[in-house]
Design a protein around this ligand. Structure first.
Ligand code: FPP
Length: 228
């Protein structure tokens, strides 16, 4: 595929870890563990392909309502996972950007994540955005409050974009959701106004490189008109 047919920014709703585990009579956390491996493989594949931005939905504002044991397991997995993956991100020159209300995370999980973000901040390869404690509506409300604090009265679309967590990141070209669900679930509501959508039937732990390539091939065949 030619470089110009590649999406510049891919965003992914990594859905189906729980059902993947249930199908195998395993605890939900087993699905999240394999989901972490799929995440690492996907980051590697996108970086190798020359994708400029990859955004993943790892923990939504609504996910706080899950059982405490699952929330804790996810926090530990993400915090440890990113720390363990840091040397590889250094080698691949990946920049990390955390998006969401990370202050809600306990210090012991938040600090390692923020430290890795800081250490990778000068990198110039692919930007990996991880949405944590993230909700699209909450992000837009936050942007309006930031603009109000700045004393803005005539607000433009550019003002809103510049006050989202994603400030400086181009809008996603392709949004992928796994697990056969057809919902947006409060993900990048503002940014995905003109994105192409791709729905994969497989659960996230089974989303391998060939599934990623299928999504990108489908995107490459589409004609984007941006409403024109
Ligand atoms: C959705 O599946 C998945 C999550 C809520 C967690 C996603 C997190 C990972 C894959 C780990 C990624 C790690 C990092 C460091 C970003 P679900 O549990 O809602 O599945 P279900 O719909 O089948 O119940």
């Amino acid at each position: 595929m030619s470089q110009s047919a590649l999406p510049r920014h891919i965003a992914i709703i990594m859905d189906g870890n729980g059902r993947w585990a249930k199908k195998r009579l395993l605890p939900r956390t087993a699905g999240h563990k394999v989901g972490l491996d799929t995440f690492v493989n996907t980051v590697d594949a996108c970086s190798d392909m020359g994708i400029e931005y990859l955004t993943v939905y790892a923990f939504s504002s609504e996910n706080w309502n899950r059982e405490a044991s699952e929330v804790t397991a996810l926090m530990e997995l993400m915090s440890r996972g990113i720390t363990k993956y840091e040397p590889e991100m250094v080698r691949k020159n990946i920049r990390l950007k955390l998006m969401g209300d990370i202050d809600r995370f306990e210090e012991k999980y938040r600090k390692p994540l923020l430290d890795v973000q800081e250490r990778l901040s000068k990198n110039s390869g692919m930007t990996l955005c991880i949405c944590l404690s993230y909700g699209g509506r909450q992000e837009i409300v936050r942007a309006f409050n930031l603009l109000a604090q700045q004393g803005k009265t005539e607000i433009t679309a550019e003002d809103i974009s510049a006050n989202l967590y994603s400030a400086g990141v181009p809008d996603p070209d392709l949004v992928i959701r796994t697990s056969g669900e057809y919902r947006i679930s409060n993900f990048l509501l503002w940014q995905s106004a003109y994105s192409e959508y791709y729905f994969a039937d497989v659960f996230w732990p089974d989303f391998d490189k060939s599934e990623l390539e299928k999504a990108i091939e489908s995107y490459a065949k589409r004609e984007r008109r941006f409403g024109r």
